[in-house]
Design a protein around this ligand. Sequence first.
Ligand code: OGA
Ligand code: NI
Length: 365
Amino acid sequence: MVLSSNGGDVYDWAKAVKEFDKAKSGVKGLVDAGVTELPRLFVHPAEHLQSNPMDPALQPQLPTIDFEGLQRGGEGRREVVEGIRKASEEWGFFRIINHGVPSETMDAMLEGVRRFHEQPAAEKMPLYSDDSRRRVRFNSNSALRENDSASWRDILTCVFNDDHIDPDLIPHACRQEVQEYVKQMIRLRETMAELMSEALGLPSDYLSNIECMKSEAMACLYYPVCPEPQKTLGTPKHSDTTFLTLLMQDAIGGLQILHGGQWVNVPPVPGALIANIGDLMQIISNDKFISVEHRVVAQPVGPRISVACFFSPSMSATAKPFGPIKELLSDENPAIYREFMFRDYCHYYKIKGQDVPSALPHYKI
Ligand code: OGA
Ligand code: NI
């Protein structure tokens, strides 16, 4: 214990992290233990907590892309592609409706995630780990650097390499649901790869051929009710590091994206999914598509459940160079980023810490 000059306790960050990790029961464990005050580890500095003074009803609305147009072919498809192009350039985020993922599969997945997180802590403890080599792991706030604030959520992560995972590794509480849901995500990924290739002005099979979205990491997030939501965050401000993210959120809300210098709410729409551009897509599109910062505010209600499916390159592509797509470059549009290996990119992310918000500047020419 660290003593202040008057003999009272002062906050010892390292000790707080150690104790929190030792319990292996995450934020849900704190809630179950009956905390009524936010533990100091979770208190964020005021500059993390700034919100938008604008009335939510007057905030700009996230674009919605209706995949129903794809059924009509021809002009319908062109409209969808044009909508994706505009939203990816201006927002980096869009909502998708009529995407073909059955609502039963989505609801079952949210319920499975809830079941996992609401099991007795002892069931989850063996999975508690920060080791990114583990295909399935449960944790809360991994990779904190000294004095970083923790956030009010727990995560179950399942990693599919080249679309594959050993099913026995997936916790029983949500095994079937995860397997069904990932099948739908893989199907939608194929559609997205075609549409985004076209939106970049490339042949439909371009992104699929470079295998940049062949693996998935699924983050099954659980944001417990927070006793003092105005002092912390559910997920701190970040941009996604991979190519594309497909996100499902339940009806609670709390997701915000940085648009036009302001935090804009992304209210839940039943049955909709959210797609967002990741840092790697911004790089290969040479800044045509943008990877935008977002966060989740903590709430006095909940739990909030969301599932983020992050798409990244095939394992066989780890030693292949990635960089701005040559076909997009010209004298007027020279490469902004240099080429790099995906494995070096992963390594850079591991070592850079939260203070460096994005890897993009590191790869600029
Ligand atoms: C993420 C993320 C948002 C959410 O996990 O990268 O942005 O709604 N999640 O949980
Ligand atoms: Ni994110």
